[in-house]
Design a binder for this molecule. Sequence first.
Ligand code: NAP
Ligand code: ZN
Ligand code: ZN
Length: 362
Amino acid sequence: MSKPVCYSTKAYSTTSPSSPLGATTIERRQPTPTDVQIQIIYCGVCHSDLHFARNEWNFTQYPAVPGHEIVGKVTAVGTDVKKFKVGDTVGVGCLVDSCRTCPNCQSGFEQYCDAGMSGGTYGGTEKWLGTPTLGGYSQSIVVTEDFVLRIPANLDLAAAAPLLCAGITTYSPMRHWKVGPGKKVGIVGLGGLGHMGVKFAKAFGAQVVLFTTSPSKVADGKRLGAHEVVISTDEKQMAAHAGSFDFILDAVSAQHDINAYLNLLKLDGNLTLVGAPDKPLPVAAFPLIMRRRSFSGSLIGGLPETQEMLDFCGQHNITCDIEMIRMDEINGAYERMLKSDVKYRFVSDMATLQAESGKREA
Ligand code: NAP
Ligand code: ZN
Ligand code: ZN
């Protein structure tokens, strides 16, 4: 495999766990025959970007460019590309490749590839260049066509961007655990993931209860589709739901008591964790064994299911509630995200990167 020629594109990167992000220039490979080159128009801001930028998961290589909720227009295609043409509106999520041969990849579960997250949009390995992959806080990206997704034309493009991570991460486990009519479903945490969890659980026909630590989010929780909102710090409100849920999706980004939610599950109920705090969450034995409850995790979704989710959103007109930011507002956006002060996903307008000098600010 000979190394392809590269081109330069503007990006926002960070150089250490404690540095702010700043403007820079990065190298991308020129499209190979199976590649699609995309002008990035919008990129969502996931809490994983913050965990990664600050090396909270201990695998970040610097300089690091976060961003895996990418939407834009195709600007070039390789000679063998069949599914896309110049001008198409497309998306890229958390994966830009996988081994493609292990049983999980063969089954369309590329997120559970036996090679791990080496195909991650950031923090993976750029298999042509042998360098760390660099994410969507940039003006342009080159991705093999099998990992590029179609965005339904009726969806607002900026509000569709977070579907590529927040959308699929909540859609996939709810499909797996058969959330639907007659099921009582809890969503924990009204952030980027949580607000999509509420929208999907409602769209699937379940009875939806939102758990939040923020009393200021009660009205929004109901507007987004929750039938009831519980302030999770209020023990009385929590106790009223003991032993009653079929399924709970936990989308919290920080330390919290998981056992309080296990206690709310009924017989054979399941609590699925999608939040990825850096520290372990202690699980007590009794909340699990008392009603044959189960506790599991879920990671984003594979390519076929991500396209299915996007098409479902197109059919049901589901998008994310977003706050648009300029790329140079990203450091402030991270601070607000840490205060649970996002309504309900920041999306960066990549046209604002054009104006940047290309020199690191800090
Ligand atoms: P986010 O927008 O920051 O939302 C997190 C929410 O969790 C907050 O809005 C807040 O909701 C709640 N929260 C925050 N700190 C809390 C605390 N100390 N105690 C209790 N609740 C707290 O984050 P996000 O982008 O949705 O991501 C959530 C988590 O999922 C992150 O850890 C992220 O890395 C992870 N993630 C995992 C996957 C996957 O594939 N499994 C994919 C994407 C993201 P309230 O104000 O309502 O309490
Ligand atoms: Zn994400
Ligand atoms: Zn694989």
